[in-house]
Design a binder for this molecule. Structure first.
Ligand code: AP5
Ligand code: MG
Length: 182
């Protein structure tokens, strides 16, 4: 089974929900840069202080900061992993490719979670995280279109892209993803 995966998709598509579920059932490392950054903010670390205002605006935290976080986690881990919310732009994707080359590891599949904007916004508004208000959600979507969407072509060209319909129940979507991993 494939066990080195990226979860790509707009905010609210269910990347975190599906990655966590799969990580638990398969014993894989789930690395969400958003969760790791929120933990730094909650701990009041220097890194968290740097990230907090940027996240509240729905913009991307600096590549250097995010890369340092991912590098330290992957360096210390030899099994399978699910990267969720990273990479977020072409610079991060290139840096990840370099890091994986150093580690003699490869991305096996990029799961692209596709969902209509109206459904995304509804999901996020009913969750109510600190950055889940209409204004910031619309900016996160804009940032996604401009900076993250180019990764769809990037991974398609590398024959890694697997689009998944992300509407339906958590279980239905989980089954669609599982079918891609055999
Ligand atoms: P991040 O934490 O990655 O947030 P995001 O991309 O906006 O995505 P979400 O976590 O909101 O959505 P998701 O796709 O994970 O969906 P989820 O499963 O939670 O990033 C936050 C911020 O951190 C960024 O704005 C940026 O500032 C910074 N950051 C993070 N990574 C970065 C990076 N690499 N570089 C630079 N900056 C970075 O589901 C959403 C909701 O829907 C939940 O309530 C869930 O319960 C519900 N739900 C899920 N599935 C279903 C379903 N099938 N049916 C109904 N409800 C569902
Ligand atoms: Mg998430």
């Amino acid at each position: 089974m494939k066990q080195r995966l990226l979860f790509l998709g707009p905010p609210g598509a269910g990347k975190g929900t599906q990655a966590q579920r799969l990580a638990e059932s398969q014993g894989l490392l789930h690395l969400s840069t958003g969760d790791l950054l929120r933990a730094e903010v909650a701990a009041g670390s220097a890194l968290g202080k740097e990230a907090e205002a940027v996240m509240a605006r729905g913009e991307l935290v600096s590549d250097a900061l995010v890369l340092a976080i991912v590098r330290s986690r992957l360096d210390a881990h030899s099994g399978g992993w699910l990267l969720d919310g990273f990479p977020r732009n072409v610079t991060q994707a290139d840096a990840l490719a370099q890091l994986l080359e150093q580690l003699s590891q490869q991305i096996e599949l990029v799961v692209l979670m596709e969902l209509d904007d109206a459904v995304l916004v509804q999901r996020l508004l009913s969750r109510g995280r600190a950055d889940d208000n209409e204004e910031v959600i619309s900016h996160r979507l804009e940032v996604y279109r401009q900076q993250t969407e180019p990764l769809i072509a990037y991974y398609r060209e590398r024959n890694l892209l697997a689009p998944v319909e992300a509407a339906g129940t958590v279980e239905q979507i989980g089954a669609r993803i599982a079918a891609l991993l055999a």
